[in-house]
Design a binder for this molecule. Structure first.
Ligand SMILES: CC(C)(COP(=O)(O)OP(=O)(O)OC[C@H]1O[C@@H](n2cnc3c(N)ncnc32)[C@H](O)[C@@H]1OP(=O)(O)O)[C@@H](O)C(=O)NCCC(=O)NCCS
Length: 189
């Protein structure tokens, strides 16, 4: 794991790491723990079997620099995760790509910032807000310019955080699997 920084959130001193492919299991375990009390439609935009497949592929995707996973630790325990992925150009993401109205040349610069989970006891400390900023800063150094998130309209905290970080709501829509979503984008040029 690569140490990124120490960060103080409210009164808690935390450590932030970027994980490599050999420790993806730490993220998977934390993700399952957070899911126990999270509506599936908050955690994921689309059909759950497809999401599970995505999680299964994370090891390969990290190796290929298509996915980056960050973990927040408090007292040597992982308490929150966050990931960002290069937008995949499959039939599902085509919808996003059309929505984004990018040219073909711009497509490799599109990042999906979906994917944050915080253990219940650690919510409200500003971890999601921190992770939005961290990922954009990290991605900017990689040359990325375009970011999107798609959020369940009932997920008020995520919506609030995205807007606070200058994501612009471009539309409300029903996705491939019939779930209501809000699409937001941010350009860092
Ligand atoms: C949505 C989620 C990631 C938010 O994470 P978080 O680290 O608690 O969010 P933040 O602390 O940055 O809070 C955002 C805002 O909501 C408030 N808030 C968030 N959780 C809160 C809680 N449990 N109680 C009170 N206020 C809360 C914060 O005070 C903050 O408001 P502010 O900007 O006025 O200070 C977290 O609730 C979670 O893990 N949910 C389950 C998984 C999920 O929905 N993931 C999102 C996918 S898009």
């Amino acid at each position: 794991m690569k140490f990124i920084e120490n960060i103080k959130l409210k009164n808690k001193n935390c450590k932030v790491y970027k994980i490599n492919s050999s420790v993806v299991y730490i993220f998977k375990k934390l993700h399952l723990e957070i899911l126990k009390n999270t509506p599936l439609s908050f955690d994921c935009a689309y059909e759950y079997s497809r999401f599970k497949e995505d999680i299964k592929n994370k090891k390969e995707d990290i190796k290929n620099k298509k996915d980056y996973i960050f973990l927040m630790y408090y007292r040597n325990k992982p308490v929150a995760f966050s990931f960002m992925s290069v937008a995949k150009f499959d039939k599902f993401n085509l919808l996003y790509i059309k929505r984004y109205k990018l040219t073909k040349k711009q497509l490799p610069f599109l990042y999906d910032l979906n994917g944050v989970g915080v253990l219940e006891k650690f919510r409200g400390l500003g971890i999601q807000d921190y992770f939005i900023k961290l990922r954009i800063d990290y991605a900017k150094k990689l040359g990325q310019k375009y970011f999107f998130v798609s959020i369940n309209p009932k997920n008020m905290w995520s919506l609030k955080n995205a807007k606070k970080n200058d994501f612009r709501e471009t539309e409300k829509y029903i996705n491939y699997e019939g779930n209501k979503r809000v699409f937001l984008r941010k350009d860092v040029l």
